[in-house]
Design a protein around this ligand. Sequence first.
Ligand code: HXC
Length: 526
Amino acid sequence: MIPFQNSMNNQDKIKNLIELREEAKLGGGKKRIESQHAKGKMTARERLDILLDEGSFEEYDMFVTHRCNDFGLEDQKYPGDGVITGHGTIDGRVVYVYSQDFTVLGGSLSETFAKKICKIMDQAMKVGAPVIGINDSGGARIQEGVMSLAGYAEIFQRNIMASGVIPQISAVFGPCAGGAVYSPALTDVIIMSDKTSYMFVTGPKVTKAVTGENISTEDLGGATVHTSKSGVAHFKAEDEEEGLMIIRKLLEFLPQNNLEDPPVTECSDPADRADDFLNEVIPEQPSQSYDIKDVIYSVIDQKEFLEMHRHYARSIVVGFAKFNGMPVGIVANQPNYLAGVLDTEASRKAARFVRFCDAFNVPIVTLVDVPGFMPGSAQEYGGIITHGAKLLFAYGEATVPKITVTLRKSYGGAHDVMSCKQLRGDINYAWPSAEIAVMGARGAIEIIEGKKISMIEDEEERAAFYNAKEREYTEKFANPYVAARHGFIDDVIEPRNTRFRVIRALQTLITKKDMNPPKKHSNIPL
Ligand code: HXC
């Protein structure tokens, strides 16, 4: 390539520009691109090509280079400096993006690299458009020392200010270690690619040195660990392409920013579609389970459910769907897993999701079948009080339309927590199979009749007394009508009509306005 010279004529200057662009597009060069492919990874540009609408990408700062002259870096300058930034569109809507380029100095973050990211984040805030970050980096550029640390902190501060203003989505498609993990962690959603990505604060070597624990990279911070054990990541994608498609899908349910509503689309699934299956889904025996996802698929548009945190805290299901083209967030207890109990992890998972929906004006549909909070020392020591309070707080604070359908059990504190009427539930329906009470009949009889039962010596007589009391309690309390008589349930509905009733509720609430009192911010029990 001929280097740029002022003496060039205009045609040569244009040719030079084209060559410069081609050079920048090669990142760290062909060899490193091959090595990236050999690891089963795409390059930073290939990822953007798949993520964005064809031909929509506008790149910024392609000619930026680092300013470090130590440790031989003065001779290693790559146009763009290891991160590709700019904006494009997804389904015609503007998004800002950055994509870290591992082929350039391992995608490590320099001062100028950070400045490029900050520039697009600042512009995204002004425009009111989402930011999508693709992470694949060896972390702080070691040669730049504190400049790199400062660069990270500049990004963190922007992540914090943008939180709840514009959607922020992170893909992790390679290394993401040390303090670098905190930028994705501050965003709304993290997607990790299976087997090719990892996130940890300290890697296996330091872990071994400090704690003696021998653990592999994958077991310490791979996609499986973070989507099933820690809950740090929301999606595990089979490969990068699937991860990028998840991002595109996710944006279908979100507005561009907190001042807009999520986009409503045409729907070919009839709004009044009834489903007899729902009249049969609840087993006769309260101890029997069923799959709440069958209920979700039955009521939403075209069975299209984007489940978040699918492998984590499985006693509660959260995710996005549409009702007659209107995006909603669904929170549903899962009787198929630990009877749908609320434990520390389920509470945290659902609380974060409720706040995510509320921040971006996505109505919440809650499907309730919850036996209560998980008892035991492990849960109490693990802070179930604080974690349960998070979910309670999140629902009570949320001002978006809130529709609750109680399918079966709704006991005790868990009844209150799961978007009950008094937590400003807008429309609360129940199926005839609902049991809204302080606790289940068996537990209740043990407590209120325990002494009497223990005094009956004859076994048969004891069982008969127990059963009679259980029946009495069930008839009196284990139904939806006590709550309905008090107006805590707005209507008891036939299960087969649930889709239609939810759609009509959503249509009615579309103009809902609710406010929280002015304050600096709340003090949610973190
Ligand atoms: C500068 C780096 C780099 C870094 C990688 N490279 N990480 N250059 N700073 N942090 C360079 C390598 O020198 C190499 O250059 C190229 O990138 C590819 O790296 P390889 O090691 O050959 O790749 P691979 O074998 O795939 O290993 C990837 C890796 C490893 C596991 C990420 O590179 C690694 O351990 N890097 C250091 C990670 C680290 O300790 N980072 C600092 C963490 S502290 P050449 O020219 O040979 O191709 C941190 C603090 C953030 O990030 C704090 C924020 C608050």
